[in-house]
Ligand binder design. Structure first.
Ligand SMILES: *Cc1c(COP(=O)(O)O)cnc(C)c1O
Length: 417
């Protein structure tokens, strides 16, 4: 620890090779599952085989009546919003700080996203949500950022009081819970991504959860035409006539992807327990250091730790710029310390500032600007994200990361001026 900072020519704390983190954890059991599926079927048109098994297990895991697998989280969100009837004339309150795909499907449906700021936790601020409700507001969308559940009780109370639908984008939060109730079960419906790094991964994939039969039928009509709709919609349902075509879109998951997710789901709780141990260790050690604020979980809250979002406080380190601090950590060998880029306040993206060239109908309806969401922008600018490892074998590497933070923080004056 007496070496000068690596950024200034000293030795790096971490010298081992990469990768330092990989996800999902795949082993011989995962390989066998995929190979078995490969020889069994690679196209599934109805609710059978691995699709049926995975949907059943997702329902059981969440205590929910219906699950519909999709090709991606984006597709799941699109199908959920369509099924909930969101469209032209509807205002939908969404987090300003989320991954953009939480919101972009609404643009294809002609609904008007109304961005709301986050609080210190990075999750939707209930107080800011209330300020944005009008008589056109139809729904409220919540993301559980980095797998730390949002203040869902407060948000649900607001939704109930104002007669709004509450919908979750739980793409970071598989298995996270509040007093034992899982993320994705608090509103009328929830959408999840199972993209590569997500806590539950299919490589590519997603799903919608709902207890509402009508939402379920409409999710199917939007995402899975023909056999699946003919098999699932009751014959006497008013929309059964449309079962063959649905709405003409197909968002089916690939069976090989479903087989990966089914294998991973059986181990999700073990993975999350392992992550919780390492997240606690990281938070205990890093919170002792000036310049770093760690996330705080209220009693009864379990996070899925899609990432560990650390907040950098430059005033505690003589005003050292976050860019320089990040550079110094990277030089010490912390390859996995990330300043999230594509997940950013949406008002910073051209699509939400000037949508018209791509979405002609949005002229004048949406024109956000930098500065519109001060909390989201401050949090985004100062967030350094770590992966959360899940195996005890990873602890030596985790401690090297902690040592690197400590070294940079102890020597920060060398980086000033
Ligand atoms: C990953 C993600 C999505 C999109 O999911 P894909 O499977 O990549 O389409 C949507 N919302 C959030 C919050 C995400 O993290």
């Amino acid at each position: 620890m007496n070496s000068p900072l690596a950024l200034l020519g000293g030795e790096s704390v971490i010298t081992r090779g990469e990768p330092h983190f990989s996800w999902p954890p795949l082993d011989a059991q995962s390989e066998a599952a995929v190979v078995r599926q490969l020889h069994h079927s690679i196209s599934i048109y109805d609710r059978s085989g691995v699709v049926e098994r995975l949907e059943n297990e997702l329902c059981e895991y969440h205590g929910i009546a219906h699950a519909v697998l999709t090709s991606s989280g984006t597709a799941a969100l699109h199908a959920m919003y369509t099924a909930c009837g969101l469209g032209p004339g509807d205002e939908v309150i969404v987090p300003a700080y989320t991954f953009f795909a939480t919101v972009t499907p609404l643009l294809h449906l002609g609904a008007t996203p109304v961005l709301a700021d986050c609080d210190e936790s990075g999750n939707l601020d209930p107080k800011d949500v209330v300020r944005r409700i009008t008589d056109r507001t139809k729904a409220l969308i919540v993301t559980h950022m980095w797998g730390v559940p949002a203040d869902i009780r407060a948000l649900k109370a607001i939704a109930d009081k104002h007669g709004l639908m509450l919908l979750e984008d739980a793409s970071h939060a598989h298995g996270a819970s509040i007093d034992g109730q899982r993320a994705g079960t608090f509103g009328q419906a929830a959408a999840f991504s199972m993209n590569g790094p997500k806590p539950l991964s299919a490589g590519e994939g997603g799903f919608v959860l709902t207890d509402d039969d009508e939402i379920y039928y409409r999710v199917l009509l939007c995402s899975q035409y023909n056999k699946r709709c003919r098999g699932e919609l009751p014959r006497d349902h008013p929309l059964y006539d449309y079962a063959l075509t649905g709405m003409g879109l197909k968002f089916r998951i690939h069976p090989l992807a479903a087989s990966i997710a089914l294998d991973q789901l059986g181990r999700l709780d073990d993975h999350l327990t392992g992550r919780a141990t390492i997240a606690t260790h990281l938070c205990e050690r890093l919170s002792e250091l000036p310049g770093i604020v760690v996330p705080k979980l209220p009693v009864g809250v379990r996070a899925s730790w899609y990432g560990l979002p650390l907040r950098y406080v430059s005033t505690e380190l003589g005003g050292l710029a976050v860019e320089r601090f990040h550079e110094a950590l990277r030089a010490e060998g912390c390859r996995e310390v990330d300043r999230p880029g594509s997940t950013c306040p949406l008002n910073l993206l051209p699509l939400f500032q000037r949508p018209e060239p791509l979405f002609a109908g949005y002229g004048g309806k949406m024109s956000y600007l930098p500065g519109d969401f001060p909390m989201a922008e401050t949090i985004h600018r100062n967030t350094l994200k770590l992966p959360v490892w899940h195996r005890s074998e990873d602890l030596p590497l985790v401690d090297e990361y902690i040592n690197a933070f400590q070294k940079v923080i102890e020597n920060y004056p060398d980086l000033l001026g």
